[in-house]
Design a protein around this ligand. Sequence first.
Ligand code: AMP
Length: 421
Amino acid sequence: MSFQAPKGVSEYYPPRSALFEEARDAFARQARAACYGYVEQPVFEDTALFARGVGESTDVVSKEMYSFADRGGRDITLRPEFTAGVVRAVLEHGLHKGALPVKLWTAGPVFRYERPQSGRYRQFYQFDLEAIGTQDPAVDVETIVLAYDAYTSLGLSQFRLLLNSLGDKACRPVYRQALQDFLRGLDLDDETRTRIEVNPLRVLDDKRPEVRAQLDGAPVIADYLCDECAAHHATVRAMLTDLKIPFEDAPRLVRGLDYYMRTTYEFDHALLGAQSGIGGGGRYDGLSEDIGGPPLPGIGFAVGLDRIVLALEAERPGHTPEVNRCQVYGVPLGEDTEAAVLAIVTELRRAGIRAGMSFGQRGLKGSMKAADRSGADYAILVGQQERQAGLVAIKNLKDGDQHDVPAPNATQWLAQRLREG
Ligand code: AMP
C-alpha cells in the first residue's frame, strides 16, 4: 500500500525547496535588520482564542478551521493565522510590560479548510511580523517597508501595494450602516444577504462579476473616516511617498479577519492568477481587548510563502538557487581513501565551502558522474598513490584542467579559485 499526502497540503523538496528557504530568509533578514525578535508559537491553540480574536463572523472561523476535541476534551484548533496567538503570548508572558512596541516575527504552517487550487492550500506557510503597543503611524509604515524590501530583495517587481483605512470603533459603525443601507437595495442571493447583516464589509470583497457590477456606487470608507483616522491615514500615505514606496489607494480593500482597523494593506502579484495575494496586513487596535487583555494597539502582516515561491518561479524562470549545488565534490579512488576524502570535505565545509563526496565505492566513472550531477565546479580525487604522497588531484570540471596539490593546501587553493570565480 502506498500513501499520498492529504489533499490540499503544500510540500517542498529539493530543488524547489531552495526557493522556499530563500523566501523565508529574505523576510527574516528584514525582520532582524529592524530589531524584531523571533517567537516560536504553538501550532494549536484554544478554539475560543480564534473565535474571539479572529471573529465568529469571518469565513476563517465559521467555515475553515481545523478544530477538534483533544483526548482531554479540550477544544483545540490548528492555527488558521498567527496574530491572535502572538498577541495571546505577549499578554500571557507580560512582554507588553517592557519597552513598547513589542516587535516580533515568526514563520510556519497555518491551516484553513479551503477549496484547494493553485496557490491555495489547506496547510500553507506564512511569515508573520507584528509590532504591538503603539498607535504611531510610523510603525505602520515600518512594517510596509519591511515587506516591500523583502519582496524586492528577492528580485520580485511585478507586484502592487494596495492601501486603505478601515476606520476605527468611532467611524466604522457609521460607514457600516451606510454600506448596509446600500447593499440591502441590491439584487443578491440569500447567503450574501445574510452576509450584509453579519459582515457587510466582506461583500465588497466578493469576486463574482454579477456582484461586482452592482458595487460601483457603494459608499467608500474614505468618506466616513473620523478626524483621527483621516489624520493617521494621511501620515501613512505621506511617509510612504517620502520613502518612495509606490502604493495604490484601494478604497474597497477589506480583509477577511475581523480585527483589522485603520491601516489595511495587501500586496498582490500580477502573474499569479486568481490567488494573487502574496501578503497582507494592517492594524488591529482592538484585538488585545477582544481576547481579555488591556488596550494594546498593534499592527502586522502575514505573507504567503507558498505564493512567493510561485511568484519567484513566474518572475525568474530557470533560476536555480545556489544552495542546491555543491561547489566541490570529493572522489575516493580505491581502498582506504574514503577517510582521507571525508577529512578534506570536512575541512572545506568548515571553511564555508559547500562540499559533497561520493559514498559507496562507486569507482571513477560512477563517482565522476555523481560529481557532475552535484553541480560542483571542482572534484577532488584521492587515490592510494596520492594519499601516500600527501597529495590530492583537483580537477576543474568545467575545463578539465587538473592539478596535484599538497593535501594540507587544498582548502586554501580551492577557496581562492572559487573566490576568483
Ligand atoms: P491572511 O492571513 O488571510 O491575511 O493571508 C495572508 C497571506 O497568506 C495571503 O496574502 C496569502 O499570500 C497567504 N494565504 C492565505 N490563504 C492561503 C491559502 N489557503 N493558501 C496559500 N496561501 C494563503
